[in-house]
Write a protein that binds this ligand. Structure first.
Ligand SMILES: [Zn+2]
Length: 65
């Protein structure tokens, strides 16, 4: 691992702890992104043009109004 090479005197338990923290940090980040995507998809698509609805508005049709 790059982290272990950069810090050769580090105790293995700390290296493992850091790896676990990074692992769960990435998992939380990915989970939040998935929720955001699901939320935006859940709002559906415009019946007129098929654009994805964002904040209950069609970004394509509303800009011509
Ligand atoms: Zn539209």
């Amino acid at each position: 691992m790059i982290g272990m090479m950069a810090l050769p005197n580090i105790q293995p338990i700390y290296a493992v702890t850091i790896a676990i923290v990074i692992y769960f940090g990435v998992r939380v980040f990915v989970g939040r992104r998935k929720k955001q995507i699901q939320k935006s998809v859940g709002e559906g698509a415009c019946a007129v043009c098929g654009q994805r609805i964002i904040k209950n508005k069609c970004p394509n049709c509303d800009k011509t109004n």
